[in-house]
Design a protein around this ligand. Structure first.
Ligand code: OSB
Ligand code: MG
Length: 382
């Protein structure tokens, strides 16, 4: 039997264009409010951007790493190193994106670095062709579901107020962060106030199997899922926990590529996968994972990393792909920044959906003055 066509075939066949100039630009944007998780509280977004120039066309790509290794082992520093010293030397005009992907596999891990380069090249190709990114992916435009991720709050009242705001905006679902000692009662406070709200929790790996009985208490709240309850590096123990819980488990940190997703599904470690395109190596691997999950009846959504308008737009285009059946962490720009570096900002329509930005490439304009205003460093690579 011939092998089924790759879900990312439309992108894999594209040729890498010649690149005239490359720069890393590090920007720092203050958050409108600190974003708290069980692993760290971020007060601003320090993002490493890649700027690509080809025949007068400029494309931008955003890396999802942080300056610190508290969520992921990759940092802006490791990405800079891996991109400059190992990935860029593999980029050759004329080879296909499929070939480039195969070359990149020699570098183990470092999916954030790989995604930065691959996505940048894809956006560059889309701009040169004058087509929107989703069209390059072979996917028709559609409205994208919204979802809000609410960070840890100081009080239950603050949390309920934040959820109230999200409900008023008609978000497709609400995710609340939890951690040890700030979980069951906090979920109950939200659930009592909003009995029908599509609600989920994200623990960012704060628990161990010794907490199984405690985590089972979440089963009474009709949650859509519990995201990454156990270690960031675990798959197997999640399969044991899933047998104990009726609430579906969603894996985030554990999924670095198709092989991880396939292993998790085979083990029964999760019923839902959070695909962060910026962590799994980019759009092509994301499409492969999503299609694999769809074939196995596993729900998929697009995760977020508090991205600026560049990464946010990539996540929106990605959700036109097969398999993205659940609302993701795609929310309005105003939740994060007073002024983003991209324009227009992401907003919800009156039904709580998001329109794909129109126009070639990402469909958003990267505003040079705002980049300059927010730039911490500018490094020319080529
Ligand atoms: O675990 O999904 C996560 C933000 C930073 C790091 C990890 C996570 C998150 C979020 C926010 O939950 C997602 C977003 O709104 O972009
Ligand atoms: Mg998460």
């Amino acid at each position: 039997m011939p092998e089924a066509q790759s879900p990312a075939a439309a992108l894999e066949g594209l040729a890498v264009p010649k690149i005239d100039r490359l720069d890393f630009v590090t920007v720092k944007l203050p958050f409108v409010a600190p974003f708290g998780t069980s692993v760290y509280t971020w007060t601003d977004k320090e993002a490493l951007l890649l700027r690509l120039e080809s025949d007068g066309v400029t494309a931008w790509s955003e890396c999802v790493s942080d300056p610190d290794p508290f969520y992921s082992y990759e940092t802006n520093g490791t990405v800079r190193h891996i991109v400059q010293d190992f990935l860029l030397p593999l980029v050759e005009p004329g080879i296909t994106l499929g070939d480039l992907d195969a070359r990149f596999r020699r570098v183990r891990g470092h999916g954030m670095a790989k995604a930065t380069v691959e996505n940048g090249i894809l956006v560059l190709i889309a701009l040169r062709k004058g087509v929107p990114l989703h069209e390059l992916m072979g996917r028709p435009a559609r409205k994208i579901m919204s979802g809000l991720s609410i960070g840890l709050k100081e009080t239950k009242e603050e949390l309920v107020a934040a959820v109230e705001k999200a409900v008023a905006r008609k978000y497709g679902r609400v995710k609340m962060k939890v951690k040890k000692g700030q979980d069951v009662d906090w979920v109950r406070a939200v659930r009592d106030r909003f009995p029908d709200l599509p609600l989920m929790v994200d623990a960012n790996g704060d628990y161990t199997l010794a907490d199984s009985a405690h985590l089972r208490r979440l089963d009474e709240f009709d949650l859509m899922m519990v995201e990454q309850p156990l270690s960031y590096s675990d798959i197997y123990e999640h399969s044991l926990l899933q047998k104990e819980m009726s609430t579906p488990i969603c894996l985030d940190e554990s999924i670095h590529g198709l092989a991880d997703a396939a292993a998790a599904i085979a083990l029964g470690a999760c019923r839902i996968v959070n695909i962060k395109q910026g962590r799994v190596g980019g759009l092509m691997e994301s499409m492969r994972i999503a299609a694999h999950c769809a074939r196995h009846g596993v729900g998929v959504w697009s995760g977020g990393m508090d991205e600026t308008g560049i990464g946010r737009a990539v996540n929106i285009h990605l959700q036109t792909a097969e398999g993205f059946t659940l609302p993701g962490d795609t929310s309005e720009t105003a939740n994060y920044f007073d002024e983003d570096i991209a324009d227009p900002p992401v907003v919800l329509d009156t039904n709580g959906f998001i329109d794909i930005p129109r126009g070639p490439g990402l469909g958003v304009r990267i505003v040079p003055e705002r980049i300059l205003k927010r730039a911490l460093r500018w490094e020319r690579l080529l």
